[in-house]
Every structure is written in C-alpha cells, then in structure tokens.
Design a protein around this ligand. Sequence first.
Ligand SMILES: Cc1cc2nc3c(=O)[nH]c(=O)nc-3n(C[C@H](O)[C@H](O)[C@H](O)COP(=O)(O)OP(=O)(O)OC[C@H]3O[C@@H](n4cnc5c(N)ncnc54)[C@H](O)[C@@H]3O)c2cc1C
Length: 384
Amino acid sequence: MTQPRREASTSQEPAAKAASIVVRLAELGARYDAAPLFPAESIRCLASAGLHRDFAPAAGGGTGFIDTSARYFALMDVLRIVGRADLSLGRLYEGHVNALALFEWYASPAQMARLKRELENGAFYGVWVTEPSPGVTISIDGKGRHVLDGGKSFASGAGGLACALVTAQPPAGERRLVIVPANDESRVDMSPWRVRGMRATNSGHYDLTGLRVEENDLLGLPGDYDRDPRFTAGAWRFIAVQLGGIEALLAETRSAMSTAARGDPMQRARFADCIAAARTAYLWVRESARRAARCDTSGGEDHDMDAAAFVRMARGIVERAALDVLELSARIVGTRSAMDGERIDKISRDLSLYLRQAGPDYARDEAARAWLDRDVWGDGDALW
Ligand SMILES: Cc1cc2nc3c(=O)[nH]c(=O)nc-3n(C[C@H](O)[C@H](O)[C@H](O)COP(=O)(O)OP(=O)(O)OC[C@H]3O[C@@H](n4cnc5c(N)ncnc54)[C@H](O)[C@@H]3O)c2cc1C
C-alpha cells in the first residue's frame, strides 16, 4: 500500500492537525474496510487531535474562528484531508460538522452548554434525515410528552456515534430536528448495510420507535433544517470529502503508474486528464466553500441565495470529475486497481458509492434553471 502524502503544514491549524494524522487514518481505514466495524479508533484519533471541537461554535467549546471565510477554507481542507485518508471516516466527520453547524445556528443556550459537555467527553454526532416511508413522526402521549415513531435508513455511525440530529414530523407543520442518542445498539439493524464501499460508515437502520424526547431535545423551530440557502449550500461539505477521495485516487494512480505507461503518450494524456479533473473539482469546491461562507455571515436569510444554485452545479462537476478519474485510473493502472488489499481498490469502491447522493438530476436541473436566468458565477463579472 502506498501512503497518502503527508501534507505540508499550513497556517490553518486544524488542517495541519489533520495532515499530521492522515497516514494513521489511512492505515486504520484499510483495517475497518477489511473488517467493517464502527471505526472507533479512527474517531478517537480525530478527537485526540481536537478536530471534533475545532469547528464547534465558540459557546459549544469550539476554537472560535474570527473570520467566517477562513473557517470555511480551513474546514474544506480538513474535510478533504480526512476524505483523502479514508472516505468512510470523511463521511462520518462531515456528518459531525454538519451537526455542529446546526447547533451553531439553532441551539438554545442550554443546548449549547450540553453540546460543550458532550464534546468534552469526545462525543461525535450524526445527522440522520433519510428514512423509509412513512418516516419518523413525533406524537404527544397521554401525559403530554413527545414520543418518536419510525426509523432512519442510511444512518451513518448508527450504534457507534454518541448522538444524532434526526428530522421528525410533528402532528402539524414542518419537520423539525430532534437530538437523540445514537449509541443504543438494541435499536440498530446493520443487515441492510452490505456494500462494496463505504463499509466503515456503518450506515444501517436505526429504530427510534418509542423514544421519549424532552423539550430540550428539540433543536430550533419546525422548518429550520430545510431552510435555504443553508440547507442546499451545505452540500459543499460532502463534495469537499469527495474531492479528498479524487485526490487520493490521483496520487495512487501516479505512484502505481508503470515505467511503460509513463513512457506512453496515450497514458500520459490520460494522466493529464486526471489532473485536470481533480483540479477542476478543487476550484469548484473552493468557490462553493466561499459562497457557503457568505450564507453564514448573513444569517442565512437572504444573502447569496445563489450559493444554493452554485453548489448544485458543483455537485455534478465533482461527480463528473470523480467518474472520469475512476475510469482513467483503471485504464492507467490496469487490473491492480481492482485487487483486494490495494489502496486504489478501496478508494475506487468507496468513491463510486459515495457519489450516490440524493437527487443528482434534480440538483443539476435546478442549477441549469438558475443559470438560464442569470450568470450564477457572476459576482460582479456576470456574462449575461
Ligand atoms: C455512504 C453513505 C452514507 C450515508 N449517510 C447518510 C446519513 O448519515 N444520513 C442521511 O440522512 N443519509 C445518508 N445517506 C443517504 C444519502 O444522503 C442519500 O439519501 C442516498 O445516498 C440516496 O440513495 P439512492 O441513490 O438510493 O436514492 P433514491 O432517492 O432512492 O434514488 C435512486 C435512484 O432513483 C433516481 N431518482 C430518485 N428520485 C427520482 C425522481 N424524482 N426522478 C427521477 N429519478 C429519480 C436517483 O437519481 C437514483 O438514481 C448516506 C448514503 C451513503 C451512500
């Protein structure tokens, strides 16, 4: 196995910390892929480096970046570095930082204090939205208490994470977020999670039926989770993790490229196409992070509604880049790219599954509609 390159240290401290553990995370990732269990040791490694708290709100024990753009760029680098090491861990970490953002935007002071305590204990969170029909509902029992019914599918980290934010439908109005324990193994069904990649995400089914929740477990107001542009622009985080996978695949392809292949103009042209795809993805993800940061500074109400359209377009560009590099790397490296135990095989399996995110056609179509209306890239230099 070739090791992912250790990153040069940067002025952004969290990225430097992630870079210092990337080799260890890659080794652990190979182990958890071979024997898929919740990657507890990888999670501990992130927590020991303090990366579970770096992007928490200041009142929740976070480092408290002063500049929002700097925070988003630092987060982008951490997401891609963790994704480069192990896409499964990147998925789990992305869920955690998504939860931290939701706390930052919607938590009460009591919930913030609770987050702080949990993070001090090394807790990791998930965000579970996907659900089999009819979905998770909140009802009020005879004593006026809130009770959940239903379960979540694709619940990454089910049984291993400390807590999750789940969406649930109240008797009336829009769905809302509920803070639930995620580590009750009696509620976990991992049998649907038999997959060729992303195995260590443990994205099984988690049953919430009968779980009683208090007022303090209800995060924000009904409809807050789906509030745009934050909701749609938030996809910038998972494309940053996917970018890490593309970059890892590119690095593996280069190191596995034989002398014969390096001497062949056709193979070199394929390698050039890989570089162009990976760096194109990088530029779109970076711009997506910048646009998403602008939603944050404005309170997420109205400023840069185009961030959502921009990130929707970026999703398709990153997907295309990943599919191109997957095909080209197999053509450059040959059968070794599919051999058990080869890092390039693990990255290819993980990436091909992780690309299957919700509603890709809808995202691209909405982006095209927005661009037909105006130049969404625009930003003072609109083409029309
Ligand atoms: C590794 C991994 C981890 C995940 N972790 C989480 C998690 O922690 N929390 C969470 O909430 N979710 C999670 N998910 C779920 C994820 O967010 C998506 O919901 C899921 O991947 C979509 O699966 P699907 O492609 O089967 O979707 P489906 O929506 O079932 O789509 C299946 C196919 O039908 C097509 N399709 C769907 N709707 C339409 C339509 N209206 N018109 C035309 N075509 C359509 C899609 O393009 C797709 O090709 C995870 C997924 C993966 C792969």
